[in-house]
Design a protein around this ligand. Structure first.
Ligand code: ZN
Length: 242
């Protein structure tokens, strides 16, 4: 009798384990298909692409891509941009660019080759392609042709102060954007058009606000007087949207 009861218990245990296995397998399948059905903007497992629409996870994905140099290079090259590996050496502690890129050709003109960290290049190209280009068409009715900027690399402290923390520019992780040239000949300037209730003013506000979903730090004219003529975008460890 004891042997029959023991066999019955073993069969019950095997059946319970089988049912649990099937349930777990079904749950895993639902989760896998569910994640793959999620749009890229809210799917934490889809890799960031230059063509990905900007969403709440864009900056998080770019932060994760940033230390993965080869993956970052591949992400940019996959979309036909012309970049090459680049470095800047500096005798000064904390300055210089390691594992950066030289961006020589992109859909928008930058006024010459631009050295920057690979993570910043990926963020900049996403912001230009997914924010600036479509919003210029919508708000200004003319394509943007050129981004005007004050550069990326600069071995200096935050806010050009004599002492204090080094700026993200010291590692070429930042760019200062001053304005845009349009195909119809107009120019949009952060200095002249910011804060105005004009198409140019509304365009600047819109691309500034959406930059906060792409870059880690965004500082504009409302941050302080030093930024009245440009947007500072950077991919440092901090977060700010001002
Ligand atoms: Zn700056």
């Amino acid at each position: 009798m004891a042997g029959i009861r023991f066999n019955k218990q073993k069969r019950q245990l095997a059946f319970t384990l089988f049912v649990r296995g099937v349930v777990l397998g079904l749950l895993a399948m639902v989760a896998w298909f569910g994640l793959h059905a999620l749009p890229d903007t809210i799917n934490p497992f889809s890799p960031v692409e230059l063509t990905s629409p900007v969403g709440p996870l864009t900056n998080v994905k770019l932060r994760l891509l940033q230390p993965r140099y080869e993956a970052c290079l591949a992400t940019i090259k996959r979309r036909g941009m012309t970049i090459e590996r680049a470095e800047i050496s500096s005798p000064l502690k904390g300055c210089g660019m390691e594992k950066g890129v030289k961006l020589t050709k992109a859909p928008l003109i930058h006024g010459g080759p631009l050295d920057m960290s690979c993570g910043l290049a990926a963020a900049l190209l996403i912001w230009e392609g997914q924010v600036v280009v479509p919003q210029a068409d919508d708000i200004l009715g003319s394509p943007v042709t050129r981004i005007r900027h004050y550069g990326t690399y600069s071995c200096r402290n935050v806010n050009h102060a004599k002492a204090g923390r080094l700026s993200a520019h010291a590692e070429a992780r930042a760019i200062d954007v001053a304005g845009f040239d349009l195909a119809d000949g107009r120019r949009v300037s952060v200095l002249k058009d910011w804060g105005k209730d004009t198409p140019e003013g509304r365009f600047l506000k819109s691309v500034h606000d959406d930059a906060c979903r792409v870059f880690s730090v965004v500082l504009g004219p409302e941050y302080n007087d030093l930024h009245k003529n440009h947007f500072h975008f950077d991919m440092s460890a901090w977060s700010a949207c001002k």
